[in-house]
Ligand binder design. Structure first.
Ligand code: HEM
Length: 120
């Protein structure tokens, strides 16, 4: 029997929304990156990131936002900012009691997107 999807093991849409909310709120407190989100609509970003995670981990939702290259194009995001986002994701996963295996898988997905996000 096949393994449950990462979406299922993360606990489905409700748990993923809670995770996306913690990630956004960590960004807002993180001095390395919070200026980047100064003009952001919190609910909008949380909704899009929730959809992105759901769709990208095997959930039935579709993602209505921009692809990662288009979303970050022109920002010239640095390595330091990228690591700050990964730190916020890791902290949010711990706060939301996500299992170790799921943390590793999710962090690997996040890290693998760096070519579309860093210095574009
Ligand atoms: C794993 C890494 C990342 C993922 C999965 C990710 C995901 C996303 C998503 C789904 C959006 C919404 C796209 C849309 O508006 O249609 C977004 C927007 C954005 N991201 Fe990222 N991102 C990542 C890394 C970063 C980094 C390192 C920064 C730098 C601080 C950053 C800054 C932003 C900003 C400023 C926006 C625009 C928010 C707004 O529209 O108000 N992201 N990101």
């Amino acid at each position: 029997m096949a393994d449950a999807t990462l979406y299922e093991r993360l606990g489905g849409e409700g748990k993923i929304r809670a995770l996306a909310t913690s990630i956004f709120d960590n960004h807002a407190k993180n001095e390395t990156i919070n200026a980047r989100y100064g003009a952001s609509d919190r609910d909008d970003v949380i909704r899009l990131v929730t959809e992105f995670i759901c769709a990208g981990t095997g959930g039935p939702q579709s993602y209505s936002g921009k692809d990662m290259l288009a979303a970050h194009k022109g920002m010239n995001i640095s390595e330091q900012e990228y690591v700050a986002v990964l730190d916020d994701i890791l902290d949010a996963m711990n706060v939301n009691s996500i299992g170790k295996r799921e943390q590793e898988e999710f962090l690997m997905i996040a890290y693998s997107l760096r070519g579309e996000i860093l210095h574009v």
